[in-house]
Design a protein around this ligand. Structure first.
Ligand SMILES: [Zn+2]
Length: 95
């Protein structure tokens, strides 16, 4: 995972581009305005998913969403991500 995504994610936060549409203990829907006029929709339902074309397991939008929520992906569920939960935790603990 590049450090660039996390830097970008923090820029989304500081620029006020992250909008939480709904969030509870199990699910979340978060809108992130990217470079496009159409905001990307990040959803959490046990796993994180984003509808942007990046197709990365963890794009900047998902990282931004993770920064504003306390939701964690379930370690047993790994559909698209080759990152372990430890990776995610250590990454968000960076800086
Ligand atoms: Zn994305």
């Amino acid at each position: 995972m590049s450090e660039g995504s996390e830097v970008k994610a923090r820029t989304y936060l500081t620029d006020g581009k992250v909008k939480v549409l709904s969030c509870n203990a199990k699910t979340a829907v978060i809108e992130v305005s990217g470079s496009d006029s159409t905001p990307y929709v990040v959803q959490f339902n046990g796993v994180w998913a984003c509808d942007c074309p990046a197709r990365k397991p963890l794009c900047a939008h998902v990282i931004a969403a993770q920064l504003v929520t306390v939701l964690r992906a379930e370690p047993t569920v790994s559909l698209t991500s080759d990152l372990s939960l430890d990776d995610l935790v250590s990454m968000s603990a960076d800086r």
